[in-house]
Ligand binder design. Structure first.
Ligand SMILES: NC(=O)c1ccc[n+]([C@@H]2O[C@H](COP(=O)([O-])OP(=O)(O)OC[C@H]3O[C@@H](n4cnc5c(N)ncnc54)[C@H](O)[C@@H]3O)[C@@H](O)[C@H]2O)c1
Ligand SMILES: [Zn+2]
Length: 372
């Protein structure tokens, strides 16, 4: 991973052990460069299908199309109703049919313009259309910028659970324009900053310090402040997912806060949003680490302070059934041999590694942090 930060942060990502390198271009106003960069990066693509949702399309699809047209590239816009409940096979089939009707062929490409729902769904359309056409990810939410646009995971939900059908389809290019965050509702912004705090907590203490200093600018969607944070988060995530496949276990560190986070999310019937659940999950897993003597004292307090300043919850919802949440961790998809595994911090900025990046912890210890 290389980066030239400063005037114009530009991060180059090596994902998939080098088999799928792709650039991440990040700058205020970068949406205007879409056409030029797409043509430069993918000269063989003749026609672009811009896929977006009904909230983001009216805001940014005209600029995306104008930029593609300015670069002499044909395009069409395809939307689906905003919201996680539409990240489905049904939306996938409607969009796919539209692309066929548009005459998009193997020389076509997809622009995924929107939040994580658009990125996952449009990425999956691209992964499967004509056995795969390139996708350019243009994330417009904090979650999509700091997390979903990089890493190559695409997919849809089914009645049985989230992200159960999907594919790895790394983007050809990621284009991040932090000025688009201005229209994102503030509560949605905080959801994504939870994952940025995670990146600092597991990998980079000075980055967490930057986030603590910049809370106001992050919540206010100040493009320079948000852009710098997104650039650092992408570098950190890319550094982990880009590691050689033999070291794929390192990716487990990204699961910090997620073992309990996923359990809380599921146990609430998905009332609790992912970012909020992960916020609580990080505080509880840090407490778990402190309680078993692995995590440096004071880590819980520091994490809880910055998360609550970001407007995120740090304690489980009232009336939570600790035993049910604990039972839920045994059904997490990352479970091996029926035992949930936890990523424990050594201290802020580094994960404790002892026979692996994640470890089993006794149910008693887990129940005890859940009970508060
Ligand atoms: N592939 C991965 O690795 C990965 C990682 C993390 C999350 N995800 C997925 O991401 C999804 C969550 O992403 P999300 O939180 O961005 O949800 P989202 O895409 O639903 O966006 C949240 C809301 O904000 C709106 N929005 C987005 N950008 C906007 C903007 N600039 N201005 C105004 N409104 C805007 C959207 O229309 C939507 O209503 C989940 O489906 C999750 O599974 C995937
Ligand atoms: Zn997450």
């Amino acid at each position: 991973v290389t980066s030239e930060r400063g005037r114009e942060p530009r991060v180059t990502v090596r994902a998939d052990g080098g088999r799928a390198d792709y650039p991440v271009v990040l700058a205020g106003g970068a949406l205007e460069w879409l056409g030029e960069l797409a043509r430069e990066r993918l000269p063989g693509v003749r026609r672009w299908a811009v896929i977006s949702d009904t909230t983001v399309a009216p805001l940014y699809a005209p600029a995306a199309r104008a930029s593609l047209e300015g670069a002499g590239l044909a395009s069409s816009v395809h939307t689906f109703p905003a919201g996680e409940k539409n990240k489905t096979r049904k939306s996938w089939s409607i969009l796919t049919d539209e692309l066929v009707e548009q005459g998009l062929g193997r020389d076509g490409g997809v622009v995924a313009l929107g939040g994580g729902v658009v990125g996952d769904l449009a990425g999956f359309v691209a992964a499967t259309f004509m056995r795969g056409v390139p996708v350019v990810q243009v994330p417009t939410s904090v979650v999509a910028m700091v997390d979903s646009a990089v890493g190559g995971k695409t997919g849809v939900d089914t009645g049985a659970g989230k992200n159960l059908v999907g594919s790895f389809h790394p983007p050809a290019l990621v284009l991040v324009d932090p000025t688009t965050l201005r229209t994102l509702p503030p509560a949605q912004r905080a959801q994504g900053w939870a994952e940025a705090v995670k990146h600092g907590a597991i990998l980079d203490e000075p980055y967490l310090r930057d986030l603590e200093r910049d809370v106001e600018g992050l919540l206010g969607a100040d493009a320079a402040v948000a852009g710098a944070a997104v650039a650092r988060s992408i570098e950190l995530k890319a550094g982990v997912v880009g590691l050689d496949e033999r070291e794929a276990d390192v990716r487990e560190v990204l699961n910090f806060g997620h073992t309990l986070g996923h359990a809380l999310e599921a146990e609430s019937g998905y009332e609790l949003s992912h970012g909020s659940a992960v916020s609580i999950g990080m505080v509880l897993e840090a407490r778990l680490g402190e309680s078993v003597g692995v995590t440096a004292r004071g880590s819980v307090e520091r994490l809880a302070a910055v998360l609550s300043r970001l407007g995120l919850p740090t304690t489980p919802p009232d009336g939570l059934d600790a035993a049910r949440v604990e039972a839920c961790t045994h059904r997490d998809k990352k479970v091996r041999g029926g035992h949930p595994r936890f990523v424990l911090l050594e201290r802020i900025g580094s994960v404790a590694q002892e026979g692996g990046w994640a470890r089993e912890v006794s149910s008693e210890a887990v129940l005890s942090v859940l009970a508060g």
